[in-house]
Design a protein around this ligand. Structure first.
Ligand code: PA5
Length: 397
């Protein structure tokens, strides 16, 4: 279960008439969303596809020691964030999954190649366009390693591709080499692709994807909350609150805030508009950005993601440490609010796979609503293309 509080530490900071007026736009914006050609992420995933994903995950686990997932941006952050949230901090017993493809660091790739030399690894390369530079380079380097290690009949068994159904270099390669492959549908953009094989296959290796699917579908019931969240953010923006700081109280949720930054940053940041997403992990960052937030330039509002219950018990002087963490969270909200920083609160009853999948749908929907409220297309990212073009020209590619 997820609870939302968009009022306690917000109402005093927004114009209630603006909120009322924006709230009346839901029907119109739902219509825009329903008519969009990029709303495939709102559909139910096909059961046969879920079955095929599970079967492929079993193939990976039965035949290899390690899965290397290669992707970037929306083709990587969802499953990475989810995995980081649920795997153990220490002595992790999960099947080994390495996420690569997000850097051009030669040191990183060199060390990865050395590490994989002795491993019986398999690759899942994920790219909707099939042309993304970081993904392409990492894939090429690891494919070369496979070719050095195995003969032609063998190395091809180590590659699984997730890409567009028809277009792009990766699809051409699949057609030529006959690797197993999955499709990122045309009507789903990268950052909205959590409920596609791009994320479900890497996750199926270690997690119950039926629970993830159930949780995600449950998110559809939260449309009113998602709309109110989008409206409140817009009202805050109109009060010069240009930055949204996502706050989490579990270290392992930090990558989830990276997913949120990408979702909202690429969705809203265009035509000179949008709210800049940032994040804090508490209580760590209370000892750095905390000062700015409390007393600095009043450009921010915050969205706290709280986890009500924990199944880990640590006694501190007769008190459960998780309770202390939650008390600190409430205190921080009050303190920041007293420093004129509005705070939205989203409370997860528990941090489990189903609830997080529900939260993912909620945020995707809120981001889409928010884009329409800003009057921009929530589903493109023309700005990202600008740097890609510069790079292509510089490299003569
Ligand atoms: O959200 C998006 O659309 C982007 O972040 C893309 O996912 C990212 O640029 C990777 O693109 P591709 O999947 O084409 O490699």
């Amino acid at each position: 279960m997820i609870k939302f509080d968009f009022t306690t530490y917000v109402d005093a900071c927004i114009d209630q008439n603006t909120k009322k007026e924006l709230m009346t736009k839901k029907e119109k914006i739902d219509k825009q969303l329903n008519e969009s050609t990029m709303n495939g992420w709102m559909d139910r995933i096909d059961e046969n596809l879920v079955w095929k994903i599970k079967e492929t995950a079993a193939y990976i686990k039965n035949n290899f020691d390690c899965l290397v997932v290669i992707g970037i941006g929306g083709s990587f952050l969802g499953s990475y964030a989810f995995d980081q949230m649920f795997k153990c901090y220490f002595n992790n017993k999960n099947f080994e999954v390495i996420y690569a493809g997000t850097t051009l660091s030669s040191r990183y790739l060199d060390e990865l190649v050395n590490y994989l030399k002795e491993k019986n690894f398999c690759i899942n390369v994920i790219s909707k366009s099939g042309t993304t530079m970081e993904t392409t380079i990492t894939y090429q380097v690891l494919k070369d390693l496979l070719k050095r290690k195995y003969d032609e009949n063998e190395w091809k068994r180590h590659i699984i591709v997730t890409t567009d159904q028809e277009k792009g270099k990766l699809r051409e390669e699949v057609n030529q080499e006959g690797y197993p492959s999955f499709v990122i549908p045309d009507n789903i953009g990268g950052r909205y692709s959590f409920m596609t094989p791009a994320h479900l296959l890497p996750l199926a290796v270690n997690y119950h994807i039926d629970e993830i699917v159930t949780g995600y579908n449950r998110g559809k019931r939260l449309d009113n909350y998602a709309f109110e969240y989008a409206v409140v953010r817009n009202c805050l923006f109109q009060k010069q609150k240009m930055v949204e700081n996502f706050c989490v109280y579990e270290e392992n949720m930090q990558p989830f805030t990276e997913w949120l930054k990408q979702l909202f940053g690429e969705t809203e940041g265009k035509e000179g508009k949008g709210i800049l997403p940032t994040s804090n992990v508490h209580t760590r960052d209370l000892h750095s950005l905390g000062q700015f937030i409390q007393e600095g330039n009043k450009i921010l509002f915050e969205t706290f993601i709280k986890v009500e219950k924990s199944n880990h018990y640590i006694d501190y002087n007769g008190m459960d440490l998780h309770t202390i963490n939650n008390i600190v969270e409430d205190s921080v909200m009050r303190a920041h609010f007293s420093g004129k920083v509005p705070c939205i609160e989203i409370t997860l009853q528990e941090l489990d796979e189903e609830t997080v999948a529900t939260l993912i749908y909620f945020f995707q929907l809120a981001a889409a609503y928010s884009g329409f409220l800003f009057g921009i297309n929530p589903f493109n990212q023309p700005g990202v293309e600008v740097y890609k073009k510069e790079v292509r020209e510089s490299l003569g590619a």
